[in-house]
Design a protein around this ligand. Structure first.
Ligand code: FAD
Length: 317
């Protein structure tokens, strides 16, 4: 079933979460260990992130640096299919622009369609850490908007090769990313929302937000979206803070603020375990307030571990 249909059928806030594929070499059982304890909260679907190749530098004893291109977490499509079969649940693989030509994207979409996967979260992918600029693949998409358009085109049976004889139309439902505190490359929130609106006008049916630690940021974002004519569901993304280093890493990586009271409490913690507990308490309060405000779903960022999300879900779902 499509994500939007799950939302339409629900009479209360739903629980959902996203998973990272395991690191290369690891076993798929590690994914099931994350999912198993969360199944009692009846997620209607599970998101699976996509990870592009990255450049890493290996230092040799001579002092020379060797440049290597690695994909640390392959397997998004296969893991999505494995989860769907094992748990009889809908899956939402993330498909990104980075590393994909339009042809690669089309082939990935064909695979997803053959597997019976109906949902896709269409995103651009991050900029390269070193250059801080997003570099599209040759003949790839520069923005998620173009990826949304390609998927919606395939839903109409439009393939890159217009002369194909049999053109099966797909029926994907597409979600896109939104940023309550604006995307880090965007000059301002209004400009970001203008581009977000273009993704919706192109056919995306819902928005999943970047993590935020202050619900007012989310409520304000929803209001601005509505004022700008964006009417689709806006699913809040919640990440429980879990380590001391995230106090600076999260704002730097995701361009988000950590509220002063939370930052002060994290700074007092001596061990990550204390931060983890604090993060659980904070996320429980955030979730309770989102539920009171009748959000359709809460999307939890697990970042590869589910013990904290399980405690939060137990307290609120
Ligand atoms: P876009 O919509 O392309 O926007 C990127 C920037 O360009 C924004 O500043 C926007 O304002 C601007 N922009 C958009 N369209 C135009 C245009 N036509 N002209 C000029 N400027 C424009 N990353 C991964 O690598 N894998 C994942 O699985 C993943 N999952 C994510 C899930 C969620 C819910 C979220 C919120 C993020 C996720 N990301 C993931 C991170 C995402 O790839 C980055 O945030 C990326 O930098 C932007 O992606 P986007 O789809 O929002 O890009």
């Amino acid at each position: 079933m499509k994500v939007v249909d799950h939302l339409k059928n629900a009479n209360q806030t739903l629980f959902s979460f996203e998973l990272l594929p395991p690191l290369k070499g690891d076993n798929i059982a590690s994914i099931y260990q994350i999912i198993n304890p969360l199944m009692e909260f009846k997620p209607p679907y599970i998101n699976v992130t996509y990870h592009q190749e990255e450049v890493v530098y290996k230092k040799h004893s001579s002092g020379l640096l060797e440049k290597k291109i690695v994909r640390k977490r392959p397997g998004t499509v296969a893991i999505s299919a494995a989860i769907m079969n094992r748990y009889k649940i809908d899956v939402v693989p993330h498909i990104i622009c980075g590393g994909f030509s339009r042809e690669d994207t089309e082939n990935a979409l064909i695979d997803l369609n053959f597997l019976g996967i109906e949902n896709i979260l269409a995103i651009r992918g991050d900029a390269d850490k070193a250059s801080r600029r997003f570099a599209p693949e040759v003949d790839g998409h520069v923005h998620a908007l173009e990826l949304v358009k390609q998927i919606i085109n395939l839903n109409k049976g439009n393939y890159i090769d217009s002369e194909l004889e049999n053109k099966t139309a797909t029926a994907f439902s597409v979600g896109v990313a939104g940023y309550p505190e604006k995307h880090n490359e965007s000059p301002n929130l209004q400009s970001d929302i203008m581009f977000l609106k273009q993704k919706i006008e192109a056919g995306a049916e819902y928005i999943v937000t970047q993590m935020f630690f202050d619900n007012d940021k989310y409520f304000n974002f929803v209001k601005i979206c509505r004022d700008n004519g964006i009417t689709v569901p806006i699913i809040p993304g919640i990440k429980p803070i879990s380590t001391i280093s995230q106090l600076s890493a999260l704002p730097q990586t995701f361009h988000i603020d950590i509220p002063e009271i939370l930052a002060r409490e994290v700074a007092k913690c001596k061990k990550n375990e204390e931060v983890r507990n604090l993060g659980i308490e904070w996320a429980i309060e955030q979730s309770k307030s989102l539920i009171i405000n009748e959000v359709p779903v809460i999307h939890f960022y697990t970042m590869g571990k589910s013990d904290n999300v399980e405690k939060i879900a137990k307290a609120v779902f």
